[in-house]
Design a protein. Structure first.
Length: 455
């Protein structure tokens, strides 16, 4: 029972008038289905001077009306005047002789048959690997109509007492753990959809890397990186080596047609030799342990290649198989490289060059030097053709055909003709986001005329 104390204050005419302010507003209204279609309401009394409470209700989008008045200190009401499968919204205020409380409680919407969770959250998966690529798609629907209301809902990741807002219905997990995902829309609250974020399992595919070695036959320092990569790849088949010959030191006969464009794009290339790993814009430090570290990283997709020679062209198909589901933009590059071109290679690791240790017998220049894996051309855009997001889901195989002409133009504007037996196809999938540091997800290569399956 509330105890009410009155005091007196001076009115404008000097007479004493009772001072009895309006009561405080009730808070924390909740609703739940009781027996049959009845709905039980509960709220918190925040005042000590109320005469009672008004319980108001509206049906659907209709207007509120008072359906009950209860006395002071009463914090519950059972609404027996409901119909089956009907959506009601409730609110409560308090009152006394001075008037109504300033505010109502929160509104609560409930269906007399389906209950309070009028928003239903569902997830594309309830278990997801924390690998930076797998995503969870969140869908919110109106429980009563089945309408998708995701775009108009606020999403939350719950773990502990403080939910974290989720910015998008496409959610990429960032920490392992057990969570729930929920949604709100005004006063409407959803169910709690469980989500487990787990450590990635062993990759379903072999991870390969690519090293693009920017070089020139006129670069006396280039035999250093050439020798290191030649030795490394001879025993490490999971490293694809691509030599990008440039024009920075002269008219290199193997100069790639678009080398200047590549060097402008990958600003880490400030001279020869410079090597870039997996299209990441950072220069390799010539530590082969760094290559092994990259090779041992997890990957979420594999590639396969098949090709054949048909007259003056090489045709084939590259395939990508996914062990991830993602909407991140991905691109594929398909290139052809050629070995066997014998050139006179400058070499400063020689008595005349003054650098040690001596390489390739200390000869300067090195005669008939086999310039291995020179980048010749690409069948796709140099920076990749976009892979449709509709294709990037777990278990799917995306295929792209390719064609190379045996005769092309080099960076000097001179025609050259490739020897198929000396060529290999190199295909790789890269992160297509502008400025992304992630580079290539995986790489595959195969000799022309050979078939390389997913591995």
């Amino acid at each position: 029972m509330a105890v009410i104390f009155y005091s007196c204050s001076k009115g404008s005419n000097g007479t004493a008038t009772p001072s009895n302010p309006v009561p405080g507003s009730p808070v924390s209204l909740t609703a739940a289905i009781a027996t049959g279609n009845a709905i039980n309401l509960n709220w918190v009394d925040s005042s000590s001077n109320e005469t009672g409470f008004h319980v108001e209700r509206k049906t659907g989008s209709g207007a509120y009306s008072v359906i009950a008045t209860v006395g002071p200190n009463i914090t519950t009401y059972l609404d027996n005047s409901t119909s089956a499968n009907t959506t009601y919204t409730y609110r409560v205020n308090s009152f006394n002789a001075a008037g109504n409380s300033v505010n109502y409680t929160n509104e609560v919407t409930i269906n007399s048959t389906l209950g309070i969770d009028s928003l239903v959250v569902s997830l594309s998966t309830n278990t997801v690997e924390n690998n930076g690529w797998d995503m969870v798609t969140i869908t919110v629907k109106d429980k009563f109509t089945g309408t998708d209301v995701t775009a108009n809902s606020s999403l939350f990741l719950n773990s502990g007492p403080y939910p974290s807002p989720i910015a998008s219905a496409i959610f990429y997990p960032y920490a392992n753990g057990n969570y729930t995902v929920s949604a709100t829309q005004g006063s409407l609250v959803s169910n709690q959809a469980p989500l487990s974020v787990v450590t990635p399992g062993a990759s379903a595919f072999t991870h390969k890397i690519m090293v693009e070695d920017y070089t020139s036959v006129f670069c006396g320092y280039c035999p250093r990186e050439f020798s290191m990569l030649d030795n490394y790849t001879s025993t490490q088949p999971r490293c694809a080596w691509v030599c990008v010959h440039g024009l920075g030191l002269g008219a290199d006969p193997l100069a790639y047609q678009y080398d200047n464009n590549m060097e402008a794009t990958f600003t880490a290339v400030t001279g020869y030799p410079t090597s870039i790993i997996d299209r990441k814009n950072a220069a390799w430090n010539e530590d082969t342990a760094a290559l092994t570290t990259e090779i041992n990283k997890w990957t979420g997709l594999g590639l396969a290649i098949t090709s054949s020679v048909n007259g003056s062209t090489i045709t084939g198909t590259a395939q990508v198989k996914y062990n991830i589901t993602t909407n991140k933009p991905l691109k594929i590059v398909i290139a052809i490289v050629e070995s066997g071109s014998l050139q006179s290679q400058d070499n400063y690791y020689s008595p005349t060059g003054g650098q040690t240790p001596y390489l390739y017998g200390g000869k300067d220049p090195i005669p008939n030097f086999n310039e291995k894996f020179a980048l010749r051309t690409t069948s796709t855009n140099l920076y990749g053709d976009t892979i449709p997001v509709s294709s990037t889901f777990k278990g799917n195989v995306y295929s792209i055909p390719f064609t190379f002409n045996l005769t092309n133009i080099n960076g000097n504007g001179t025609n050259y003709t490739m020897v198929p037996a000396n060529c290999r196809i190199v295909a790789y999938v890269i992160d297509g986001a502008t400025g992304s540091p992630k580079g290539a997800l995986n790489v595959q290569y195969a000799a022309v005329g050979a078939t390389q399956a997913f591995d």
